[in-house]
Structures are given as C-alpha cells and as structure tokens.
Design a protein around this ligand. Sequence first.
Ligand SMILES: Nc1ncnc2c1ncn2[C@@H]1O[C@H](COP(=O)(O)OP(=O)(O)O)[C@@H](O)[C@H]1O
Ligand SMILES: [Mg+2]
Length: 220
Amino acid sequence: MPLLEAKALTKSFSEPGSSIEILSGINLSVTAGESLAIVGASGEGKSTLLHILGTLEPPTSGAVHIEDKLVTSANSAFFRSHKLGFVFQHFHLLDEYSVLENVMMPGRIAGFPSSKEKGYDLLEKVGLSHRAHFAAKQLSGGEKQRVAVARALFNDPPLILADEPSGNLDHNTAALIHDLLLSLTQNKTLIVVTHNLAFAKRCTRALRLSGGRVYEYRDE
Ligand SMILES: Nc1ncnc2c1ncn2[C@@H]1O[C@H](COP(=O)(O)OP(=O)(O)O)[C@@H](O)[C@H]1O
Ligand SMILES: [Mg+2]
C-alpha cells in the first residue's frame, strides 16, 4: 500500500474571463520510507502540487489518498494534524511565541496532551535546546528553519512535506537543513520541493515538474 497516492490531479486557477491550468494530470505513488525530491522552474506549480498533496488545498479534479483513504474537505484537517508535517521556505513560525511553544504547536492544534519533554527532545535533535525560551523572532533564518523542522516532527507524522526549505538560506546553513531533514526523516517519508540539485540527488527519487506534468528527473 502506498503511503500517498495522487490520481489524475489537475489544478486550474480562474480569473475573470480566463482560466489557466497549472497541473494537467499528475499521477504519483509515494511509498513509505521514500524521500522524493520535486524540482522544476519557478512558476511551474511545485508549491501548488505540494499544497494539494498536503491537503492544504483541493485539486480541481483528481484525488489524493493517504494510507489508502481518500482526502476530502471533511477529513483533511485530520490528515494535517495526524499524518503530515510541513516545512516552508519562509519558516512560518509564530514570531512572538517561544521556540518551545512553536515546536509544540501541532500538538496543541491536534488536541494532544502537551509534552514539553518531547519538545525539548526535538530541540535537542536540531541543536537548539539552549534557545527553547527565546522568542522565535530572535533567531537567525537557519535557526528558525531548524525550529520548523522540529515542529513538523512533533506529532510524529509518517509524512513530511517541505517547500524549498533551504530557499532562503546561505549555502552552509542550507546543507545543515538538508542533513537534518534526511536524518530525522529516515523512518518517515519526505516529499521536498527544492532548487538544490545536489540535495535532490541525495533523495531516493527525484521528479521534475514541467508543463503541468511530472517526469523522472535525470541530470540534464
Ligand atoms: N491562488 C492562486 N490564484 C491564481 N494563480 C495562482 C494561485 N496560486 C498559484 N498561482 C499561479 O500558479 C502558478 C504556479 O505557482 P506555484 O505553484 O507557486 O509555482 P512554483 O512553486 O513552482 O514556483 C503561478 O503562475 C502562480 O501565479
Ligand atoms: Mg513555490
């Protein structure tokens, strides 16, 4: 059973008087334990695809199944809180909240009993336990992204989705985030949009999104 399956996904955005199709029939099967990189030029629809796979927005047509269950508008919140963790290019931390509170936020949203111990444990894993009580806004970009990685893992979801997680970071900091993402998702599944081809090569599989469709990615 695939962990995630996308069937015949299309996505169109309509403006008054016109409609533009961004995704034109995407079929995708992601096995548990894979790390899948998605590469492609800016504007090709990588974020749109990741948002649909992550149940953040619905496709125009087609379907997403997670653990063999069809994602619908009625159950998508369940998948987001129990099955998925997200890392974004611009971190999306709550700036006024502490680092520890940010890491524990997915537990609060899902209504799980709060576990500070687990929060500290994850901060330890990303090398930031000494920053637990700083406000998120006091951190550097690379530190913020390490907090976002810890936060994505808090509910122990089987699938982590990351959208250009190193897109805003310098070369060395980006490499640190790549190492963390790959090592901390070793027993999970990772789908990551990236412009970093060296990182894409370290994933178990890479796809290129172009003209609304996905292709196996090879060095071109
Ligand atoms: N909510 C939206 N309404 C209209 N157009 C959108 C919307 N979201 C994305 N688009 C358009 O879809 C295309 C793909 O966007 P995006 O998925 O962000 O691409 P990528 O992440 O590959 O750079 C772009 O042309 C973008 O302007
Ligand atoms: Mg994008």
